[in-house]
Design a protein around this ligand. Structure first.
Ligand code: PMP
Ligand code: GLN
Length: 381
């Protein structure tokens, strides 16, 4: 694991704590999620749900995951054999990649990628092959995607809605990716943790709903984003029984089980009515608009995200003005210069040059915090 070092999220949150800057770096909400969910965790602890849960997760959560997939996507995983509860989406990603890849296999993914993808592929002894999504529209480049596939491709690791770009993959893009996966007889592992965060009517298309894909797809999600409980680390994966069973074998020896009393609480969240899910996306859309406007006023070029709670800005103008060479330098200076923390996008790339001037900001923060961040950033213009 040499070369992986400390994660950018840890580093940037430490920098924010040290300087007192507003932390728009690491993506976590600064308010609590739904009251019913918090209450359910308190009750579970009071009721003694404090020992090891079953290895696949508490039945109440596996059933809630299956019911949620039926309700939103018309999918019907069997809660007994096709759902596995994990310690956050992070463990689900690791379990799936370790279960499906042999050393020397290739994994196709897009860059920028969520940081655990590169590390997990390395842990499996596999090789990543990437296709670059380029600012400002981050469209899939068919030629480079085709070139990333080979006879050694074992799986495609996808993320939609996509962190850090805020891109929601279109149905046509997903169909192309899936066609290539089928041609190469590859599995698809799809990280859909931002499934409920799409804006302006953009539609999240779960990969498992595409024709011929359910049998080769592992779908991953987590309660962290949807219910503002990132610290609880309740995640899950779903897919064909055979693949889920392979993931369970790996998961047993990563953590065995986790998140005991939080599992029934997330089950309550998954069963909340549509108003909750609609209100959640609407609230984040307002925050997105606030930050996008503010960043533009500060002289940055911004790609308006259709999903997630992240926005990418091109800070090339500021870099010229302040004489810094790239976004990494700028992000280290930003707390001093403007009292705000962001994340350089190049850390999510193999090809750092593709994102040399790009900065990611998170907008899952209180409106007054975002207003203050924007006020500070404007002083840079
Ligand atoms: N995948 C993506 C795309 C993410 O942004 C995150 C970060 N929260 C995760 C996975 C990890 O999720 P969890 O906290 O549930 O492990
Ligand atoms: N997913 C969050 C982000 O992208 C943070 C995850 C983490 O800290 N590992 O900012």
């Amino acid at each position: 694991m040499q070369g992986f070092g400390a994660t950018i999220f840890g580093e940037m949150s430490l920098l924010a704590a040290r300087t007192g800057a507003i932390n728009l770096g690491q993506g976590f909400p600064d308010t609590d999620g739904p009251r019913e969910v918090l209450e359910a965790a308190r009750s579970a602890i009071a009721d003694g749900v404090n020992q090891y849960p079953p290895p696949t997760g508490l039945p109440v959560l596996r059933e809630a995951v299956a019911a949620h997939q039926q309700r939103f996507y018309g999918l019907s995983p069997d809660p007994g054999t096709e759902v596995l509860v994990t310690v956050g989406a992070t463990e689900a990603i690791a379990a799936a990649v370790l279960a499906l890849c042999e050393p020397g296999d290739e994994v196709v993914t897009f860059e920028p990628y969520y940081d655990s993808y590169a590390a997990t592929i390395a842990l499996a002894g596999a090789t990543r092959r990437t296709s670059v999504l380029r600012f400002p529209d981050f469209a899939v480049d068919e030629e480079s995607l085709r070139a990333a596939f080979s006879s050694r491709t074992r799986l495609v690791l996808l993320n939609t809605p996509h962190n850090p770009t805020g891109k929601v993959f279109t149905r046509a893009e997903l169909e192309l990716i899936c066609e290539l996966a089928r041609q190469h007889d590859a599995y698809v592992v799809t990280d859909e943790v931002y499934e409920h965060l799409t804006f302006d009517g953009a539609q999240h298309v779960p990969v498992a709903t595409l024709p011929g894909m359910a049998e080769r797809t592992i779908t991953i999600s987590s309660g962290g984003k949807t219910f503002a409980t990132t610290g609880w680390k309740v995640g899950w994966l779903t897919g064909p029984a055979e693949l889920v069973s392979a993931c369970r074998t790996v998961k047993q020896f990563l953590t065995y089980v986790g998140s005991g009393p939080f599992q029934p609480a997330i089950a309550v969240g998954l069963g909340l009515d549509d108003d909750y899910f609609d209100g959640f996306a609407a609230s984040l859309q307002g925050k997105r608009d606030l930050l996008v406007r503010g960043l533009r006023d500060a002289g940055l070029d911004v790609s308006t995200p259709a999903g997630t709670y992240f926005v990418i800005a091109d800070a090339a103008g500021l870099m010229d003005k302040y004489g810094v060479s790239d976004a990494v330098d700028l992000c280290w200076q930003l707390p001093e210069r403007a009292g705000v923390v962001g994340v350089p996008v190049s850390v999510f790339h193999d090809d750092a040059e593709a994102a040399r001037t790009l900065v990611r900001f998170a907008f899952c923060k209180k409106d007054d915090v975002l207003h203050e961040a924007v006020r500070r950033l404007r002083t840079l213009a």
